[in-house]
Design a protein around this ligand. Structure first.
Ligand SMILES: [Zn+2]
Length: 103
């Protein structure tokens, strides 16, 4: 499913600590700046901050729910966490191809 470009990103990375969330944010930010991924907006937007703001200032709201897609093969990725309840989250590829891309 994934391609050479996003192969390294095709891992499920479990987030339990703020430091792990920061790491996942840095990974996504790097992939965006390299032009591998671009961000897509889901229909339900729970984020208090745009990903750009989140990545630049390392701030996030109670719910983190950012979605990305590989520019080369269409694999989707999600960075999700529920920071308020402390139940953590994950970085992970999603299986389905994007049905719709929202601007
Ligand atoms: Zn790819």
């Amino acid at each position: 499913m994934s391609c050479e470009q996003c192969m390294d990103l095709c891992v499920k990375y479990v987030i339990r600590q703020p430091e792990q969330l920061r790491k996942a944010i840095r990974i996504a930010k790097h992939a965006l700046s390299e032009g591998i991924l671009f961000e897509i907006n889901s229909a339900d937007n729970w984020n208090q901050y745009s990903f750009q703001e989140c990545a630049e200032k390392m701030i996030w709201g109670d719910i983190v729910d950012y979605h990305f897609v590989c520019k080369h093969c269409g694999t989707q990725f999600v960075l999700g966490a529920e920071t308020y309840h402390g139940s953590g989250g994950y970085w992970s590829p999603e299986n389905e191809k994007p049905s719709e891309i929202f601007d």
